[in-house]
Design a protein around this ligand. Structure first.
Ligand code: GZL
Length: 345
């Protein structure tokens, strides 16, 4: 009899261990919430690839919080769509009250969002967009206009070249893209391609740096081996720009705005991490198009509204600027609207 008891205890211990270790989710609040019955929000974050992503996660955790009346279940998808789909299915099994999704790419969400809809769970999309057949598969979206970010940055570039007397025939650009298929990559790449066609710049090449510093450095090293006339590096986020600058300086070249005397101009997106802002203050990143990561307050406001039975706006764009320490361009005009450049001291 004693043997059977021992075996039963061992089996139950093993089962408990498997259950706990298989759970990749992080319950950000502890047990007393269940007693208080706070609404539960399941958040599928795409990864932790960049300073922007860390700031976005912090903003969400600070706002979808116990003191604000919510229990948050956080899941890190590690930049894989399958992990995010599994997380959403777990949230459905857990019968959460709301699902928030920061999608790694635009395609491939129809089926799992149909399942959430059938379960009667409202879905809020943050940051990048989902491309679904039925817009009713999500209740609201909060994020950036990525193509407008690129239009602002390339307008600044055009103004800089014009004021500096640099002819378009001298402009040779390489683009270190973000994750292919992410809304931020699609918008920023489209904006650059349109600017090259509009202003007559020469776009030498485009390769994904996956929004990371390591891959950004690797792609820049490849570009420097392949081309001897690069004078503009367009990075689709700051972490890629940091990696690109490491590669450029390791190759014995200089980054800066004096492109007619051999310097290579680096421009990028985000304006969130300390390192990138420091490089911009030093003039090593010539201009950064802000990408605002602070979606937490807006997502909380949307859920608060839904809790009250109200209908939030379907799409909400966050305000964004341009940052630069270079004084050549203090403002620029886009579609008849004057934008001021925020000068970094
Ligand atoms: C933009 C966001 C992008 C950032 C990158 O909203 O999706 O992903 O620009 C991040 O830094 O990796």
């Amino acid at each position: 009899m004693r043997i059977f008891k021992k075996a039963a205890v061992l089996l139950m211990t093993a089962a408990l261990f498997i259950m706990l270790s298989s759970c990749a989710q992080e319950i950000v609040q502890t047990g007393e919430d269940e007693a208080r019955g706070l609404p539960v929000v399941g958040f599928s974050q795409l990864g932790a690839e960049s300073d922007w992503r860390s700031a976005n996660t912090l903003s969400m955790k600070e706002n979808i919080s116990e003191e604000n009346g919510y229990t948050l279940i956080f899941d890190d998808g590690q930049q894989k769509q399958n992990n995010q789909i599994m997380a959403i299915r777990k949230f459905i099994q857990q019968e959460v009250d709301y699902i928030v999704l920061a999608p790694v790419t635009e395609e491939g969400w129809d089926t799992v969002l149909e399942e959430a809809k059938e379960a009667g769970i409202p879905v809020i999309i943050v940051d990048r967009m989902v491309n679904v057949n039925d817009e009713n598969l999500f209740t609201a979206w909060v994020g950036s206009d990525f193509e407008l970010e690129a239009e602002k940055l390339t307008a600044w570039m055009n103004e800089f070249f014009t004021v500096s007397g640099i002819d378009k025939s001298n402009i040779n650009i390489v683009n270190i893209q973000g994750n292919i298929g992410a809304s931020a990559q699609i918008g920023r790449t489209t904006g650059l391609r349109n600017a090259c066609a509009q202003y007559g710049w020469n776009l030498l090449d485009e390769v994904s740096g996956e929004f990371t510093q390591a891959k950004g450095r690797e792609v820049m090293e490849m570009f420097l081996k392949k081309y001897d006339n690069i004078n503009i590096v367009y990075c689709e986020n700051d972490n890629e720009a940091i990696g690109a600058i490491e590669a450029i300086e390791s190759a014995g070249k200089e980054v800066g705005t004096d492109i007619m005397n051999g310097q290579i101009m680096v421009v990028s997106f985000d304006g969130v991490g300390k390192t990138a802002l420091e490089l911009a203050k030093q003039g090593k990143i010539s201009c950064i198009a802000e990408c605002n990561p602070m979606h937490g307050p807006r997502v909380k406001a949307i859920i608060d509204a839904l809790e009250l039975g109200l209908n939030p706006e379907k799409l909400e764009y966050v305000p964004e600027e341009l940052f630069s320490a270079d004084k050549t361009v203090s403002s620029y005009i886009l579609d008849g609207k004057v934008y001021k450049v925020t000068e970094l001291e």
